[in-house]
Write a protein that binds this ligand. Structure first.
Ligand SMILES: Nc1ncnc2c1ncn2[C@@H]1O[C@H](COP(=O)(O)OP(=O)(O)OP(=O)(O)O)[C@@H](O)[C@H]1O
Ligand SMILES: [Mg+2]
Length: 363
């Protein structure tokens, strides 16, 4: 545990109350409510342009709110200067001062704040220890790797001892291997410091592994807030079902025949539970790639033709076409390699099947 550890800092909640943001006549965030608990790690995900960065920048005070209130640690900060909010933000581009050493980069904010020299030295060394950049303190940013530079950027946030860390896609400039190791570092940082953190990412694995709770945004609105397991296993609607998970959940059309018989791509399937739909009603069925088996012909199996297969070592993704032309992706572990053009029979695991109405609501 670092010398900076301060239990009182762990408790900063963040509350967004009826927050709205418009750029001119364009509404970007619509009447949004969210409470982040003290010490919680919350991840914002959603398609490009849905408002993740805007929301984070509003919390940071870098963007004015059009309406609503923002509270940090119970204090209304809506109109407060960014420097007085107790936040530190880390961006995708690390923007270090190139002519300064790592040590000077880390110290800069504290010097501006006229912190005594001994205290600055102590803070810089504590941050360097947490981030394992002690041996790099006398180098310039140009003499560091991308991952090391991002560590320095995080170090600059740490020395400010913020109540809250805000991260906007901090790892997206790094190569795949570095992303994995930095992801582990960020998880460790959260465990060690215990601060409230909000983290924006496009990376499904980062979201699933780092988050206490994931906030799924679309067009400036929250679609679902839940633990990674909740949003993955019980998506609130079709949007969340299709967004969370990689590869995506297969969404296929079915026509209700009787309470528990459904027609999918011309084949009748008996469901293990009644569906909340009336005969002839079209429903959407959501089935994740790992919830199919290639079975041979049997009751409830669907005929399909292999389009192509992707070999990933421990697993294979077999992309198949159903009789009506709909494509589904099947995750296969073991068994024979599927060949393009080959006919297969597929069975879905009904416990894992999600049924949605056409309007996209979960049923
Ligand atoms: N200064 C601005 N003026 C006008 N529109 C803006 C401004 N900043 C952002 N927007 C718009 O607000 C919407 C949300 O942008 P934002 O940057 O928050 O999206 P995002 O979810 O972070 O996307 P990405 O994943 O691509 O980073 C977008 O439609 C964007 O074009
Ligand atoms: Mg963004």
């Amino acid at each position: 545990m670092s010398a900076q550890h301060n239990p009182a800092q762990e408790k900063a909640t963040i509350e967004l109350k009826g927050v709205r943001k418009s750029f001119g006549s364009v509404d970007v965030i619509h009447d949004l409510d969210l409470k982040v608990e003290g010490g919680e790690f919350v991840v914002f995900v959603g398609p490009s342009g849905c408002g993740k960065s805007t929301l984070l920048r509003m919390i940071a005070g870098l963007e004015e709110v059009t309406d609503g209130d923002i509270l940090i640690a119970g204090r209304d900060v809506t109109d407060l200067d960014p420097a007085k909010r107790g936040i530190a933000m880390v961006f995708q581009s690390y923007a270090l001062y190139p002519h300064m050493s790592v040590r000077e980069n880390l110290a800069f904010g504290l010097e501006i704040a006229r912190t005594p020299a001994a205290e600055i030295r102590r803070q810089v060394e504590a941050a360097a220890e947490i981030l394992k950049i002690g041996p790099l303190l006398d180098r310039r940013p140009g003499q560091l790797s991308g991952g090391q530079r991002q560590r320095v950027a995080i170090g600059r946030a740490i020395v400010r001892k913020p109540l809250v860390f805000l991260f906007d896609e901090p790892l997206s400039n790094l190569d795949a291997e570095l992303r994995v190791s930095m992801r582990v570092e960020i998880a460790r940082l959260h465990r060690e410091l215990g601060n409230t953190m909000i983290y924006v990412t496009h990376d499904q694995t980062e979201a699933m592994t780092l988050a206490d709770r994931i906030v799924v945004l679309r067009d400036g609105r929250i679609e679902q807030v839940g633990s990674p397991r909740e949003v993955y296993e019980n998506p609130a609607n079709l949007f969340v079902a299709g967004f969370i998970g990689s590869p995506r959940m297969n969404i296929i059309d079915g026509t209700c025949l009787t309470a528990n018989r459904v027609s999918i791509a011309g084949t009748e399937i008996e469901l293990n539970r009644p569906m909340p739909a009336t005969p002839q009603e079209v429903i959407k069925l959501g089935i994740r790639p790992e919830h199919w088996s290639i079975t041979g012909r049997q009751d409830n199996s669907l005929p399909a033709q292999v389009e192509f297969a992707e070999y990933l070592g421990s697993t294979r993704y077999v992309h198949c076409k159903l009789a009506n032309g709909d494509l589904v992706t099947i995750e296969q572990r073991g068994g024979q390699d599927a060949k393009p053009g080959e006919g297969l029979w597929l069975n879905c695991h009904q416990q894992a099947l999600k049924i949605f109405s056409m309007s996209g609501e979960a049923r």
